[in-house]
Ligand binder design. Sequence first.
Ligand code: ATP
Length: 273
Amino acid sequence: MRQHTDAPHEGGLVVTDLKIRFGGLLAVNGLSLDVPTGRITGLIGPNGAGKTTTFNAISGLNRPTSGQITLFGQDVTGLSPHGRALRGLGRTFQRMELFDSLTVGENVALGREAGFAGSHPLRHLRGSRRETGMIRRNAEQALELVGIGDLRNQRPADLSTGQRRLVELARVVSGDFRILLLDEPSSGLDKTETERFGQLLRHLVAERGVGILCVEHDMALVMGVCNYIYVLDFGEPIFEGSTAEVAASPIVRAAYLGSEAVDDVAGLTAGAL
Ligand SMILES: Nc1ncnc2c1ncn2[C@@H]1O[C@H](COP(=O)(O)OP(=O)(O)OP(=O)(O)O)[C@@H](O)[C@H]1O
């Protein structure tokens, strides 16, 4: 596994030789990832490559057949999603899971707990309010960092897809996690919104020093924000490298043949980087 930090590795998420089998299907076969803090790492691959399965294994929603997952040097392979969250791991989901009965501010305040299997976010919200204002303060900071403070009293149902994506990002930011897993965060955004979202991710890393692992189909976003990229195809890790190396790789282009993203990859290879 190559390390993609310039400085000595200060820790983060490390996945070693991950294998996940569903019956006769080897959905992920020997994937190793290094996701340091202060960097945006990409995980890409065509449909069905195993990206979400990998995310679920990292966040504890499915059990790996073999392999190891460590967070800041601690083996978390056997821990629950909640245990991993407490150790600094937050995630978003491909399908946004915002509560339309709550305001934007309340959704963001769910922060650390929401979205993780086995938690009870509504109960958590009420309990925490009684005990402390800390969650509300975290939520306010996250709303400001993501630039949606003016939406705090609105309901998610009244927002555009782009705004809802920002609410989702603010929610995971409010959890004060050190490693964020973002599952197709720009899905449903137009080109301008995606560009702004990319700038926001870079701002987030610069401000908070978090590490981000991002699964994303939008190649322009991937190539624009990621420091390092891993490529999966049919569960096999087929390539890893800098954005320039990935964009120039014939292996990567071949994996995307027949998919919509192939033109994007080819275009980036031709000179965007
Ligand atoms: N719970 C499951 N049981 C059986 N097979 C599964 C399960 N979850 C995923 N798979 C299969 O594992 C493979 C990888 O799926 P996964 O959703 O991880 O791919 P992906 O790269 O995230 O795809 P996409 O980009 O379309 O979201 C697919 O063949 C999928 O059908």
